[in-house]
Design a binder for this molecule. Structure first.
Ligand code: THU
Length: 160
């Protein structure tokens, strides 16, 4: 028996004001998008802003449904919209923020497993890493140069 260790790393910004100005702006768009969340069941609002290589910014927010699994996370709303509207464009950066109506989120809130898998698909398709920033409502922002840090040992098309 042997053990395989996979390491992953993130950069930490103590506050959004520590981010480079263009990223602060992108996170600002994610905060705006968060306000458009349709979250009557969870009261948990997630906003996402994507910077594409064509200069466009695409935003998304979570959209819930009375039949719970029919709703969709903000990250997938945004990346699927980007894929549908600009199929040739590459996603360069992704900013994510999540806030609850019932308690203030201060820890960085990462994308869920299904969203990581979906983001991975686009990163592999475009052959360029997606830089990801995520935060709660206030507080630190975590940054990764690639989705790979969020999904080590990922399943992808090479296994098919
Ligand atoms: N949610 C997202 O939008 N992104 C995630 O990565 C995690 C969860 C949404 C789904 C649901 O509307 C609410 O947050 C609570 O899970």
């Amino acid at each position: 028996m042997k053990t395989i260790a996979i390491t992953t790393e993130f950069n930490v910004f103590d506050a959004p004001t520590d981010l480079p100005a263009p990223v602060q702006e992108l996170m600002g768009k994610a905060v705006e998008a968060r306000k458009n969340a349709y979250a009557p069941y969870s009261q948990f609002r997630v906003g996402v802003a994507l910077l594409l290589d064509n200069g466009e910014i695409i935003t998304g927010s979570n959209q819930e449904n009375a039949a719970y699994p029919s709703g969709l996370c903000a990250e997938r709303v945004a990346i699927f919209y980007a894929g549908a509207k600009y199929p040739q464009a590459k996603i360069m950066q992704m900013a994510i923020t999540a806030a609850s109506d019932t308690n203030q989120t201060t820890a960085p809130i990462p994308p869920c497993g299904s969203c990581r898998q979906s983001i991975a698909e686009y990163e592999i398709k475009q052959e360029v890493p997606i830089e990801i920033y995520f935060m709660g409502e206030i507080g630190a922002v975590y940054q990764s140069d690639s989705l790979k840090n969020l999904l080590p040992f990922m399943f992808d098309k090479k296994f098919l």
